[in-house]
Design a protein around this ligand. Structure first.
Ligand SMILES: Nc1ncnc2c1ncn2[C@@H]1O[C@H](COP(=O)(O)OP(=O)(O)O)[C@@H](O)[C@H]1O
Ligand SMILES: [Mg+2]
Length: 523
């Protein structure tokens, strides 16, 4: 079965989604060949702006019936001879507009929207819809009141025709893109230049000194051709930075290829990276081009390079030194021109000391180094990141919701072991839980984040008051605590806090340095 998930990220599909949402309040979704909605498989439920669908989808039985309707559409598309878009009436009587995606003459899935209607809904019709919702989602029905002012996206017949064209266009985009990828043979995990615009620096959010420093460094790195090493904990943005380097440099129009070195066993990784010739091992029935060859002219992002075996380290070193490698089972070396960007969450220097990573490779890889700080060391970026993710993931009407002051404080106190990825997930979750409230409160946050917020602050400033020691120590402990609380309150705005405390800004900065409060204290 063809995996359609990568195609959901195609730039043209993303644009199409936005257009369809903006014009009609509908959500464009993918189904796989079996009629399973891809978003649902990944734990996401994104209803259209139809209040009845919303009520249905968030109830167990309604959700089951919706999915059942999608399966019926799939059966219709499979049995139909005409490979065209269909309009199907769902269990609630709304329209599902679906366009098939055919790959190798088989139905690989389809693109669809649901929840629209053609005719105006009469009050009797609304009453009938409400009755249906009551039947399977009694808990949701009261929210719909008498159903009189529930939103139902309504499409004129012209609109419906236009929508059908767009959905079909989307399906064709996917098929065309699949063809193109196939021509590249190797499984290049790239969506190439199509995604270019999405990885410019303006996608990298942050005003903290640490991130500003990285921006300055990136400017230089993009212009050069040297190998880059990106170091940082998981979720700090290593891949995002790697893409930014590629798409802002001279190789932008060439492939960007990603391989995680810890994902595979050694033999598979070798064959994936360098390819093999027919008969090289059991199962090698044909020559296979490797990812290094596929990345020729472009950039190769080697993730978790610290997990590479010694044997592969030797091969990689040769690519970096001479630009050549030998596919598994081959006799002649192949020449490539590839820029390598490597990433790791491990301390490579330590690995070298312990003899687990080759020293010569280390120096070769570590020409330009970018170190991404963990999120807990730059809490001042959190408000901006939150705003960015709210805008990115809010699909409702109007402007995205805000966070209450308390919720924001809690986010800044939590230690984010999963870094920005974890923050992004938390915000996505908040949006779903917050439904359409304009302000999201602390009570919606995950338990672990709330727990962290109710803990006393860590480090020196947070030590419990003790009545031992000198008066000077006691006064300093209180002062440190006072400043720390103020920093959280003002989101690390030192000018504002200095004003509130009635001291000069430079005095406050001195005190922060003295108490080690320049940044959020480490664990
Ligand atoms: N500075 C940033 N601004 C905005 N989004 C970011 C930033 N850094 C990371 N992200 C987002 O956080 C998530 C994790 O980033 P990723 O690059 O996959 O991390 P890593 O490779 O270090 O595990 C991605 O969705 C990415 O877009
Ligand atoms: Mg990663």
């Amino acid at each position: 079965m063809v995996d359609l998930r990568p195609y959901t990220k195609l730039h043209s599909i993303q644009l199409l989604k936005q257009v369809i949402r903006k014009w009609w309040g509908l959500e464009l979704a993918f189904s796989d060949a079996k009629g399973y909605v891809l978003d649902h498989a990944e734990g996401r439920i994104i209803p259209s702006q139809n209040d009845f669908c919303r009520a249905a989808l968030f109830s167990k039985e309604g959700f089951r019936r919706c999915n059942e309707s999608v399966k019926v559409v799939r059966d219709r598309l499979r049995s139909g001879k005409r490979r065209r878009v269909v309009v199907h009436s769902c269990h609630m009587g709304f329209d599902i507009v679906a366009a098939p995606i055919h790959i190798d003459d088989e139905l690989a899935g389809f693109l669809f929207t649901g929840g629209s209607t053609g005719a105006p809904t009469t009050s009797a019709g609304r009453a009938e819809l409400l009755r249906k919702v009551r039947e399977f989602a009694p808990e949701a029905a009261p929210k719909l009141d008498d159903g009189g002012d529930a939103t139902i996206p309504r499409l004129s017949s012209d609109d419906l025709e236009r929508l059908q064209d767009l959905v079909e266009f989307g399906a064709q985009e996917v098929m065309a893109y699949h063809e193109e990828l196939r021509r590249h043979e190797a499984e290049v995990s790239t969506l190439s230049a199509e995604l270019e615009g999405r990885y410019r620096f303006d996608n990298i959010i942050g005003t903290s000194p640490a991130i500003q420093e990285i921006f300055r460094l990136l400017e230089k790195i993009c212009r050069s051709e040297s190998t880059v090493l990106i170091h940082g904990e998981s979720g700090t943005g290593k891949e995002l930075i790697a893409r930014a380097i590629h798409y802002n440099g001279p190789r932008a129009k060439k492939p960007f290829v990603v391989q995680n070195c810890s994902a595979f066993n050694d033999n598979l990784l070798e064959s994936a990276l360098f390819g093999h010739v027919r008969g090289a091992f059991t199962g090698a029935v044909a020559d296979k081009q490797g990812l290094f060859a596929a990345a020729d002219g472009g950039t190769f992002f080697l993730d978790e390079i610290g997990d590479m075996s010694p044997a592969l380290q030797v091969k990689l070193l040769r690519v970096l030194q001479e630009g050549t490698f030998t596919p598994v089972g081959a006799t002649k070396p192949v020449h490539v021109d590839v820029r390598v960007i490597a990433a790791t969450h491990k301390d490579l220097a330590k690995l070298v000391e312990r003899g687990e990573f080759r020293e010569d490779l280390y120096y070769r890889v570590n020409v330009l180094k970018v170190t991404l700080p963990p999120l807990r060391d730059r809490v001042e970026d959190i408000p901006l990141l939150v705003a960015h993710f709210l805008a990115k993931h809010y699909h409702g009407k109007g402007t995205p919701p805000r966070l209450s002051r308390e919720a924001m404080d809690a986010l800044q106190r939590y230690r984010w072991p999963g870094n920005i990825r974890e923050l992004e997930n938390e915000i996505e979750r908040l949006i779903v839980l917050g439904a359409d409230q304009p302000e999201l409160g602390v009570e919606l946050l995950s338990q672990r984040v709330r727990d962290a917020a109710s803990q006393p602050p860590p480090a020196r400033a947070g030590s419990a008051p003790s009545y031992r020691g000198t008066l000077k120590e006691a006064v300093e402990a209180l002062e440190a605590e006072y400043i720390y609380q103020g920093l959280i309150r003002t989101h690390w705005n030192k000018s504002q806090l200095a004003k509130e405390l009635g001291i000069s800004r430079s005095n406050l900065i001195q005190k922060c340095a003295y108490y080690g409060l320049d940044r959020k204290p480490k664990r």
